[in-house]
Design a binder for this molecule. Structure first.
Ligand code: ADP
Ligand code: ZN
Ligand code: ZN
Length: 735
């Protein structure tokens, strides 16, 4: 769409701000060939803003005499390929979110601030002299020897930005020395030769081979659900599917829900495809590193890009496949601002790029299972663990009338001792950090609640504070009951958190192994989790106590016992996804057991051993209980059997939220859209604000997307909308 500057029209610009509106500008005084997707600097009120050109319109939104001209055009060409323009356009329509903010989310921070994409960088390769020298050996210069060996092992030339990590400290002088001796030379970066990938180090089993063949047979867009139990070799399937694509010089984008999963995945991809071909984009990078990787992906210099949610928007010069690992994980959905699902948008992107997309999980979301049942996704199943590993044995520990030691049953403690005695590792999972989720007056039952939230304060014994996990409030532990009629000093902890489990373990006699707690209090700084994970990989006996931080796809070969301290929390949740989430979470944690040669054991403590969900856990049968839950959703008309959106409202006083939501419900006139509510939010008060919601049901997602547009326009004009903070969440995953 290259049009000359003389074409009559007005530039439609979305500024990088949370505004629903776009604005018209005059094409700037100097002639230029504009294209949608270029960044521009524009006058905005009294200031200047950066924004993106969305298009050219024949009729301006205001009196042409009032229009201002663009001040500067930053990009000689669009920043993103047409497929991503289409994706962002779709997202704006589907999620009803301001398009300027969507663009701002999709672009690396530095581009949002006006920097330019990086130019191609210098790449290094071995010269003939360098290769000869490497063969002859460099006995007295081991670092130079290692440096040359690294370059020799890379497929193609190596970008300079990969050298600091590969060569370590002093890489610059190493580079200069080797270049001065003529052993290495700068090479043109664009000439990434199609890679010759070595074959897999092990033979795939028949289930894996079948899955690989099915995905490779896809011509263009095709969605797959790779449904494989934990340790079944899903990652191995991704690697095999990607390998031949790289030989065709195409690129793969791999999304994971959690930043902590990127290092180990990066390592496996780098080991297979070469360190210079693979990069990870995640929130732990500096803005400059992010932009460098983004720029290389866009130029087609990287073969595999691994990243968290927002990496979905990375431009690829020659896309070959999209992969979403742990597709069930709710972290793939952004929970504030632009509330998009990276999984759902990945499917849209794959369609736009005309490439296959693979959603992998041991516990697929009900949405994806439903799509597979409906034939929209090809369902590929890996029912067994790969290699020599077998699935763990699962036992339920009936907690009723048992004497507990800080939440631990004698059965669990005995199993723990046996595991450690065998020189193995154990993992105890409890989804609460802190010492206890509440403190209670032993005489009258008073509970110390947060003053600003409808929730109890969590006891943090180590720092001797009460903290609210919802608003961050932090108080000293009161000396006495807060009930003025009581005032008893007998305040006792109620329930358990990781801190309590850790201290109970430390108090057990003759348990002389390291105990490592992994939660957001114990592992706070960048790199601490990675360091902890690395230590665990070393394999010496130890006990890990952790929250869901430990549950996600980590590989702990020495862990043979997994204890779930309290599995009952999600059974009676107010959220209709409570059971689905509990089932997935416990199975994911259970999946950490016995991933290598030694068999694993999982012990689940529960007060409801007869509950069908507990029976499903015992049989490690996700599919069977998922069917039960799907049937329930069908009967109740909830997703995936309908489309759902939530209108959230927050205000200082409850009547304001209710008035707004009632007004909003009255604006709804679409025959296929049904409003339910207003209902108080599951946590009615948070950080001093009252919260309520209106549920909007439609039979299909397309209907919902269409109907919400005009309705939002109507509610934006409501006087009551000014007295609340409101947001719309399409396809909510958390209530
Ligand atoms: P998942 O991604 O499903 O959890 P992985 O791909 O990580 O599974 O595989 C689990 C372990 O089994 C890894 O150590 C992997 O190297 C190994 N593995 C995978 N496939 C095979 C196979 N066909 N033969 C032997 N080992 C395998
Ligand atoms: Zn009391
Ligand atoms: Zn609070």
């Amino acid at each position: 769409m290259n049009r000359s500057s003389s074409a009559p029209g007005f530039l439609r610009v979305a500024v990088f701000a949370p505004l629903r509106q776009t604005f018209h500008y005059l094409p700037c005084p100097t002639p230029w060939a504009w294209q949608p997707g270029q960044r521009v600097r524009v006058p905005f009120g009294k200031a200047q803003r950066l924004g993106i050109v969305l298009g050219l319109d024949p009729v301006p939104d205001r009196d042409p005499a009032q229009l201002k001209a663009v001040l500067e055009v930053l990009d000689p060409e669009p920043l993103l390929p047409a497929s991503l323009h289409a994706l962002l356009h779709f997202a704006a329509q589907y999620y009803h979110h301001p398009v300027g903010e969507i663009w701002a989310t999709a672009l690396p921070v530095l581009l949002r601030k006006g920097l330019m994409p990086f130019p191609p960088e210098t790449c290094w390769g071995l010269s003939d002299a360098g290769r000869a020298q490497l063969q002859a050996g460099l006995k007295r210069a081991p670092r130079q020897q290692q440096a040359l060996a690294f370059l020799a092992a890379q497929a193609g030339s190596t970008p300079e930005s990969a050298l600091p990590a590969a060569w370590g400290k002093g890489w610059k002088s190493l580079r200069d020395t080797c270049a001065a001796k003529g052993w290495i030379c700068a090479q043109a970066p664009e000439s990434r030769a199609p890679l010759q990938i070595p074959p897999s180090p092990f033979a795939l089993n028949p289930d894996q081979t079948g899955a690989v063949a099915a995905i490779q047979a896809a011509q263009g867009f095709a969605p797959f659900l790779l449904d494989g139990v934990t340790g079944s070799g899903k990652t191995a399937v991704y690697l095999e599917v990607i390998a031949p694509l790289l030989a065709q010089d195409r690129q793969a984008l791999v999304l994971v829900p959690d930043i902590s999963l990127t290092p180990q995945l990066l390592q496996r991809f780098a080991a297979r495809f070469g360190a210079s071909q693979v990069a990870a984009l995640h929130s732990g990078l500096t803005d400059i590193q992010r932009l460098a990787i983004w720029s290389r992906a866009r130029r087609g210099e990287l073969a595999v890009i691994i990243g968290t949610r927002s990496a979905l928007f990375t431009p690829l010069a020659r896309p070959g496949i999209l992969i979403i690992d742990e597709e069930h994980d709710s972290s793939l959905k952004q929970q504030d601002g632009f509330r998009y699902s990276a999984r759902d948008l990945a499917i849209v992107r794959a369609r736009l790029e005309n490439v296959p997309v693979v959603l992998g999980s041991a516990t697929p979301s009900l949405e994806s299972l439903h799509n597979a049942r409906q034939g929209r996704f090809r369902h590929l199943i890996l029912p067994r663990r790969a290699g020599n590993a077998s699935l763990p044995q699962v036992g339920l520990i009936d907690l009723r009338r048992q004497a507990l030691q800080g939440g631990l049953s004698q059965t669990l403690i005995k199993a723990l001792r046996e595991t450690l005695a065998r020189g193995e590792q154990a993992l105890l999972f409890i989804n609460r950090r802190g010492y206890a989720p509440a403190i209670l007056c032993h005489e009258c039952g008073w509970v110390a609640n947060c003053r600003r939230c409808s929730a109890p304060m969590t006891l943090h014994q180590g720092v001797r504070r009460l903290r609210c996990h919802h608003c961050g409030a932090d108080h000293a532990i009161p000396a006495q009951c807060g009930n003025p009629l009581c005032g008893s000093p007998q305040l006792i902890p109620l329930g358990q958190g990781t801190e309590q489990v850790e201290s109970v373990l430390r108090a057990l006699p003759d348990l002389e192994v390291p105990i490592q707690r992994i939660d957001r209090d114990a592992v706070r700084r960048k790199g601490e989790l990675e360091a902890a994970l690395e230590e665990i990989q070393q394999g010496a006996p130890r006990i890990l106590v952790g929250t869901q931080m430990l549950a996600k796809g980590h590989h702990f070969p020495q862990v043979t016992l997994v204890g779930i301290i309290n599995a009952d929390q999600g059974l009676f949740s107010a959220d209709f996804r409570g059971q689905e989430r509990l089932l997935a979470q416990v199975l994911q944690v259970a999946g950490r057991a016995g991933r290598a040669e030694r068999p694993g054991q999982v012990l689940i403590q529960t007060h409801h051993p007869d509950h069908p969900l507990m029976q499903a856990l015992r049989a490690l049968d996700y599919g069977a209980h998922a069917e039960v839950l799907l049937t329930e959703r069908e009967l109740t008309g909830l997703p995936p059997f309908s489309a759902l959106a939530l209108l959230h409202a927050e205000a200082q006083q409850p009547p304001q939220t209710l008035e707004f939501l009632h007004d909003a419900a009255r604006c709804l006139h679409h025959p296929e859209l049904r409003a339910q509510g207003p209902l108080p939010a599951p946590m009615e008060r948070r950080a001093g604000h009252y919260r309520a919601q209106l549920w909007l049901h439609a039979p299909r997602r397309e209907t919902l997307a269409q109907a919400l547009g005009p309705w939002l326009q109507a509610i934006e004009k409501l006087p009551s909308a000014r007295r609340v903070r409101w947001t719309l969440d399409v396809d909510p995953v958390e209530l």
